[in-house]
Design a protein around this ligand. Structure first.
Ligand SMILES: [Zn+2]
Length: 102
């Protein structure tokens, strides 16, 4: 048996080791629970109840509603922009104007 250097001579006592306990570990980690929340879709105004993590509520019940609503918003914005840019986009010239004859 060639061993003997590591644990043979008892010159120095082993350095003190920090003790570890597994108490209080659960308190350090924050556990987030899902809650049951009810919200109303802004598009189809359907109420929906879901388990969700705390935070801002979704505005729409499903991706379809969100997509439609956003399309509508984009269209309205575009309309408003066009209106502001060009107050009389159509109907300003009413067709090929016939010259008024006396
Ligand atoms: Zn919806």
């Amino acid at each position: 048996m060639p061993s003997g250097e590591e644990q043979g001579s008892g010159d120095q006592p082993p350095p003190p080791q920090p003790q570890q306990r597994s108490i209080g570990i659960a308190q350090h980690r924050r556990t987030i629970k899902q809650r049951e929340v009810t919200y109303r879709c802004e598009w189809c105004s359907q109420e929906r109840t879901e388990f969700r993590y705390p935070g801002p509520l979704p505005r729409y019940c499903c991706p379809d509603c969100r997509c439609l609503a956003q399309n509508r918003i984009a269209a309205q914005r575009m309309k408003a922009m066009r209106k502001r840019k060009n107050p009389t986009p159509r109907g300003w010239r009413r067709g090929p104007g016939r010259p008024k004859q006396s």
